[in-house]
Design a protein around this ligand. Structure first.
Ligand code: FES
Length: 92
């Protein structure tokens, strides 16, 4: 588990992010109303800023290399590679 804090629409949430779970699924499992649509890395609805540790995306048909270097992630495709704690925000 990795502690993850989430800022969404002016509200602060937190959740635990299991290593085998995508960021989006971890947030949804915690009852956080994280935006999403396709859940396949194709639409960009789940785009967020992720800081606090390494991660990788299983699929990414949306974000440019520049976006990724700027800590942008598709939550539905993001797996964590460290223990965090992570910070998620939806301020672009
Ligand atoms: S929900 Fe469509 S890219 Fe993540």
């Amino acid at each position: 588990m990795a502690h993850t804090s989430v800022e969404l629409d002016g509200t602060d949430y937190s959740c635990e992010w299991p290593a085998e779970t995508t960021l989006l699924q971890a947030m949804l499992d915690a009852g956080i109303p994280a935006p999403h649509s396709c859940t396949m890395g194709q639409c960009g609805a789940c785009q967020c800023t992720l800081e606090g540790g390494d991660s990788h995306m299983l699929n990414n048909d949306v974000l440019s290399d520049y976006d990724v270097e700027d800590d942008q992630r598709l939550a539905c495709q993001t797996m964590r590679d460290s223990e965090g704690p992570y910070e998620v925000s939806y301020l672009f």
